[in-house]
Design a protein around this ligand. Structure first.
Ligand code: AQP
Length: 288
């Protein structure tokens, strides 16, 4: 489905940004490079609304301890600020503290065809191998649409895995407009050119993820890991037996390390390739 680009929501105003993270566990490098880094970089040119989306963390109830969820919500908010979000320019809040999110989700549920939700790749990925699947896991993209649409959001800075949900948000808004007239600003996803999908260090064909990092040390670099743990995870990252360190010909593991290094250093990829060419993966991992 295609829609026209959204008109600016408030004439003359700066674009409004909304985004959030689930307090399911400690944030990792993928969360930082895919989303948080962009939030911080753009904050002075935009109106900023950033949420800790604790209700989304309930979609896998077996994994939730209520006291831990409250503590993790505070920890995620603290990570937003520690990463450089300025509370003077950004509104930071916890989703469950604003009941309008769930009220709006119900209204949007009633206009969202079930088939649209079954098509979501995150739903397919998160239900794989699960004996019991809660309705919330299917429906949470509608709550996400409510989160975004409530704030007249122009831009949603996210990692690549969330782009489909932002497109669904636009589809739901357009359907609502067909039925009831124009109400919402149509948001667009904004993904970084590099680092939009950081892959697992131990499995570079799957994205780095908080829940997998809880089960497998060496899967991710968490933002609060001490330097020796980070070094160990990077040095033991899966690469391959080839000696190719040029980005376009490299294996997924090597591409992942090159991407991480490139985004964190801010240097052009060709410089980095030249620096490690012929030196093997030890050199690449040490640099990354
Ligand atoms: N590997 C990743 N690379 C780039 N961006 C990523 N994001 C997540 N993983 C990567 C982006 O981080 C933001 C917050 O994500 P989330 O908390 O809403 O949940 P998620 O996308 O489901 O992330 P995780 O880490 O995989 O968490 P769990 O394991 O709890 O499901 C989003 O902008 C996301 O795109």
């Amino acid at each position: 489905m295609t829609h026209p680009d959204p008109a600016p929501s408030r004439a003359g105003a700066r674009p409004r940004v909304f985004s959030g993270m689930q307090p399911t566990s400690d944030l990792h490098l993928g969360n930082y490079l895919g989303a948080l880094k962009q939030w911080v970089a753009g904050q002075h040119e935009r109106e900023n609304v950033f949420c800790v989306v604790d209700l989304h963390a309930l979609t896998i109830p077996e994994a939730i301890d209520p006291a831990q969820l409250r503590a993790r919500s505070r920890a995620v908010a603290a990570m937003y600020l520690a990463s450089g979000l300025d509370p003077e320019t950004a509104t930071v809040f916890v989703q469950s503290h604003v009941p309008e999110h769930t009220e709006a989700a119900w209204l949007l549920n009633c206009v969202t065809p079930l088939g649209w939700l079954h098509r979501m790749t995150q739903f397919k990925a998160k239900t794989e191998g699960r004996a019991s699947i809660g309705t919330g896991l299917l429906d949470y993209p509608v709550l996400q649409a409510a989160d975004i649409l409530l704030y007249d959001t122009d831009e949603v800075p996210v990692g690549e895995d969330q782009v489909q949900h932002v497109e669904l948000t636009r589809d739901i808004a357009v359907r609502f407009h067909h039925l009831f007239g124009d109400v919402f600003v149509l948001p667009k996803a904004v993904v970084p050119t590099s680092g939009a999908r950081v892959m697992g260090l131990d499995e570079p064909t799957a994205k780095m993820s908080k829940s997998i990092a809880d089960e497998r040390p060496g899967h991710a670099v968490r933002l609060l890991d001490p330097p020796n743990v980070i070094r160990k995870a990077i040095m033991s990252a899966v690469t391959d037996s080839e000696r190719e360190t040029r980005f376009e010909h490299a294996s997924p593991g090597v591409r992942n390390l090159l991407t991480i290094w490139q985004v964190l250093s801010g240097r052009p990829m060709t410089d980095l390739e030249a620096e490690v060419e012929g030196k093997g993966y030890g050199a690449l991992a040490s640099e990354a």
